[in-house]
Design a protein around this ligand. Structure first.
Ligand code: RFL
Ligand code: PHB
Length: 390
């Protein structure tokens, strides 16, 4: 099998790259270890920055997004019994859209298939070879057999646990990393959201987030211990804890309903540099992870491949290697901005390890500063909605 760009992973990064290449007349094959059903139903991110929405709309993927996506012009912060709305659109002119990652993935898969694109599901990439030549080979297993995909370039879009990053020889990559002493327990519930905008809550018992997927479905998160056993969280305990942490505003109460899905996600910050080695280009969670507090992961994945799409177009269209050469440095500027913002939001909103009273006072002072300073609120807002150029 042969193609121009071999893409490992059918998450938002790999699928979007394949779509962008197709629009430029460049061939690709996407290899994905899981089934189509699995990737289309994996509950993950929910917030699209304005730039991500613009990219999806500009490339013909705006139909369902415009109809079903929920445009939000602000977020609410709750802390110390107070509540404050960050009026993002008033401060920045931009907005976010709540639209599940699995919906983005479904739209991308449908578009690729409609265009005759090649996505091989249940094709597990086991090894990348000849990356330092002009004919790399991707080895994958399908139906119990090993097969090869020959290509000009490989895009490693296989997430944090993928194989692509590991194909880079030792000593080339530098890793920057932080783990946090907490995790998020996330639930999807058949309950009408009790709020119109996302609520980020700082509470003595830990962080809570009220998000949503539609007018009928809520998405809620609780800070829990990193080694928390989900078996100790029956639905009633989850609702009780959500009520405690979120019902801090007089007269406001949570809507409850059947829990459709629940899972625990560890929190980490992680970057490897550079994002390229020879003919391997890494994108999305394969090279960087942020804690979800800033809602940046999927947006960064899309921003990486927007750069890669332009870079491959310049290479195939004009023989110009400049954008491929500058890909890593350019992408890393946005990555590090998001790293800082995600770390900052996480540090401001979570119950810290030692529950040190001094640090807790600093958190409240920071939140109050956001609530009272237009300059500081604008800084939060412009990062949250996404900076156009960095
Ligand atoms: P993905 O989505 O992990 O896709 C990688 C794909 O590669 C496949 N794969 C392989 N395929 C073939 N061979 C192999 N050897 C392979 N190894 C792996 C995998 O099966 C998978 O299909 O990476 P990508 O495309 O880089 O996308 C990144 C995003 O998924 C991620 O950053 C976000 O979900 C993070 N995130 C959020 N991001 C946001 O922008 N906004 C949010 O509101 C937000 N909230 C979240 C989040 C992530 C969360 N979890 C569960 C980690 C909330 C949560 C709870
Ligand atoms: C979500 O809706 O899943 C979501 C929203 C905001 C975040 C993280 C996740 O910061």
């Amino acid at each position: 099998m042969r193609t121009q760009v071999g893409i490992v992973g059918a998450g938002p990064a790999g699928l979007m790259l394949s779509h962008l290449l197709h629009l430029r007349g460049i061939e690709s094959v996407v290899l994905e270890s899981r089934s189509r059903d699995h990737v289309e139903h994996r509950v993950r991110a929910g917030v699209l920055e304005q730039g991500s929405v613009d990219l999806l709309c500009r490339t013909g993927l705006g139909g369902r997004l415009r109809r079903e996506g929920l445009r939000h012009e602000g977020i609410e912060l709750r802390f110390a019994g107070e509540s404050y709305r960050v009026p993002m659109t008033e401060l920045t002119g931009r907005a976010i859209t709540v639209y599940g990652q699995q919906e983005v993935v479904k739209d991308l898969i449908a578009a690729r298939i409609a265009a005759g694109g090649s996505i091989l599901f249940e094709a597990d990439v086991v090894r990348l070879d000849n990356l330092d030549s002009d004919s790399p080979v991707v080895h994958f297993r399908r139906d119990g057999h090993e097969e090869k995909l020959h290509c000009d370039f490989v895009a490693g879009c296989d997430g944090f646990h993928g194989v692509s990053r590991g194909a880079v020889p030792e000593g080339v990559l530098t890793t920057y990393e932080r783990t946090y002493p907490f995790a998020w327990l996330g639930v999807l519930a058949a309950a009408a959201p009790a709020v119109e905008e996302l609520v980020y809550a700082h509470h003595d018992r830990g962080f809570a987030l009220h998000s949503m997927r539609s007018p009928e479905v809520s998405r809620l998160y609780l800070q829990v211990a990193p080694d928390e056993d989900i078996g100790t969280w029956p639905d009633e305990r989850i609702w009780a804890e959500l009520r405690t942490r979120l019902e801090t505003v007089p007269g406001w109460s949570l809507n409850e309903g059947p829990v459709l899905e629940k899972s625990i996600t560890p929190m980490r910050s992680f970057v490897v540099e550079p994002m390229r080695w020879e003919r391997l280009f890494l994108a999305g969670d394969a090279v960087h992870i942020v804690p979800p507090t800033g809602a940046k992961g999927m947006n960064l994945a899309l921003a990486d491949v927007a750069l890669l799409g332009d870079a491959f177009a310049a290479w195939y269209g004009r023989g110009c290697p400049d954008l491929l050469e500058s890909y890593s440095a350019k992408a890393l500027r946005r990555v590090w901005r998001a790293q800082h913002f995600s770390w900052w939001m996480t540090s401001m909103l979570h119950r810290l390890e030692r529950n040190d009273p001094y640090e807790t006072k600093l958190q409240t002072a920071t939140l109050r500063y956001v609530a009272t300073s237009r300059a500081y609120a604008t800084s939060l807002a412009e990062n949250y909605v996404g900076l156009p150029e960095i």
